[in-house]
Design a protein around this ligand. Structure first.
Ligand SMILES: Cc1cc2nc3c(=O)[nH]c(=O)nc-3n(C[C@H](O)[C@H](O)[C@H](O)COP(=O)(O)OP(=O)(O)OC[C@H]3O[C@@H](n4cnc5c(N)ncnc54)[C@H](O)[C@@H]3O)c2cc1C
Length: 439
């Protein structure tokens, strides 16, 4: 058996899984797992990362072909390394993001085993720690950190029609316009994925209907600063919870084509037909809510509130950043907003595909411990769960708005690693009689 507390971290990566007893097991080697491993390595905590696919698999195969990071390279990275060969203000293509995390993990020799799936974790009844069933054998672990991602199971809402004439995919399965049959497309959901996919399809010559719900849409940049910078200096990345009533509000941003502000009226003038929230499908007809103009108006409010806050910040701090009055100009209201489509016969409109850009859920069926509430939601405080020894990292709003983002997960992982190291110190404590007996 491999010694539980031996400090040669990298040995775990090479050892056969079925012989392992380890201190801390990290499940998943996306950005969250890599960040956890870095912090545990720095603190000398023996650990192993198990990844069922490859490092940063989500960025390799879980995204469409043309995706680039939504934040600029200076921002969407870990503190310990820059993107090689990329202008700091550019947006890294998804392959480069995956390569970045792979190189980052190599940099500190992260003990990562790829191609091993964790199938079940249960707390031991007769001794401390957890029994972990994997695709390559059983491991004993004192602690388990779930870094399995915020976006695991694509969600298609139950209103999706059963209609074999229509090709239906989730945004997680979308790759490029060539994948879809001839004909128009309905994109349901106008967060960052939905708007970017709708824009790409329309530019490829497709007729596109885009179903727009409540959203925030910060300016891509304002007065020479990217919105990532503004959210940082204004403390908005650090917000601890979504504002009441805004829990289901998505954020629409884009780094595509060098980065630009998502402007729904601009998309409409470009040729995309905007519709409200998708309500129902019946007999080949889709109906939409009457909320399109309201959703756009609330998106505008959010946009303008950020400009106002930025102006106030510049004035208060005496910054010399150029004024940008054109940022407050809006496109005229397009016909699809003033006279909204409330129902659409899919065949008559030539719609042959629907892309559901409707988000994701988590899946913790493998983690069979007492760390969930009655609804199956992880119960934790900044990632330290209600089951001693079990941790979550990378979940939405784990500690703040930034928790699922590249830069934010690194800070959450640091907190969790500190907690683990502190617990280990308590367990190392020996009282006077024990110390004497040792001497
Ligand atoms: C389309 C899209 C674009 C995004 N763009 C950005 C962006 O530009 N900037 C930004 O900061 N954030 C972005 N995000 C958000 C976030 O950065 C990504 O979702 C990121 O992949 C999350 O990293 P993670 O490590 O938490 O999870 P993941 O990347 O999902 O990694 C989890 C890993 O766990 C593995 N795993 C899961 N279950 C098991 C198991 N049982 N056993 C072993 N391994 C397992 C998976 O294979 C996976 O590799 C984007 C998200 C999406 C969906």
């Amino acid at each position: 058996m491999t010694d539980l507390n031996q400090p040669a971290l990298q040995n775990y990566a090479g050892a056969p899984v079925e012989t392992l007893e380890i201190d801390t097991l990290i499940v998943g080697a996306g950005q969250a797992g890599v960040a956890m491993s870095e912090h545990l390595s720095k603190l000398g905590v023996p650990h192993l990362v198990l990844e069922r696919n490859r490092i940063a698999e989500g960025w390799r195969t879980g995204r469409w072909d043309s995706l680039v990071a939504n934040g600029p390279a200076w921002h969407d990275r870990f503190p310990g390394m820059e993107f090689e060969g990329l202008d700091p203000d550019a947006f890294a293509p998804k392959e480069q993001v995956a390569a970045y995390f792979e190189a980052y993990a190599k940099q500190f020799n992260a003990p990562i085993r790829t191609g091993v799936e964790v199938k079940k974790v249960v707390r031991n009844g007769d001794r401390p720690g957890f029994t972990v069933e994997t695709s390559e054998g059983v491991i004993q672990a004192n602690r388990v950190v779930s870094a399995t991602g915020p976006f695991q199971r694509p969600i298609i809402p139950p209103i999706a029609p059963e209609d074999e004439r229509i090709t239906q995919i989730h945004s997680a399965q979308y790759r490029n316009p060539g994948q879809l049959p001839e004909g128009a497309v309905l994109v349901v959901g106008a967060g960052s994925s939905g708007v970017q996919i709708a824009d790409e399809l329309q530019r490829a010559g497709k007729q596109v209907f885009l179903s727009v719900g409540p959203h925030d849409r910060p300016p891509r940049a304002y007065r020479n600063r990217d919105f990532c910078w503004w959210l940082g200096v204004l403390g908005l990345w650090d917000a601890e919870a979504a504002q009441p009533g805004k829990e289901h509000v998505t954020i629409a941003v884009s780094g595509a084509r060098g980065g630009h502000t998502v402007d729904f009226r601009g998309l409409a003038h470009q040729g995309i037909t905007l519709v409200g929230l998708t309500k129902a499908f019946k007999d080949g007809v889709v109906t939409f809510q009457t909320d399109l103009a309201d959703n756009l108006a609330r998106g505008d409010e959010n946009y303008l509130s950020l400009l106002d806050a930025a102006d106030a910040y510049i004035a208060r701090n005496g910054l010399d950043l150029p004024e940008e009055p054109e940022a407050r100009r809006t496109f005229p209201e397009p016909a699809c907003v003033t006279n909204p489509i409330l129902e659409l016969d899919l065949v008559e409109a030539g719609v042959t595909s629907i892309i559901w850009a409707t988000g994701y859920a988590v899946d913790f069926s493998w983690l069979q411990v007492n760390a969930f509430d009655a609804k199956g939601k992880p119960q934790h405080q900044r990632g330290v769960s209600s089951e001693p020894g079990v941790y979550f990292v990378g979940l939405p709003w784990l500690s703040r708005r930034g928790s699922t983002f590249i830069w934010g997960v690194w800070h959450d992982a640091k907190h969790i690693a500190d907690h683990i190291a502190t617990q280990r110190k308590y367990l190392d404590y020996r009282d006077a009689s024990q110390r004497q007996a040792q001497d």
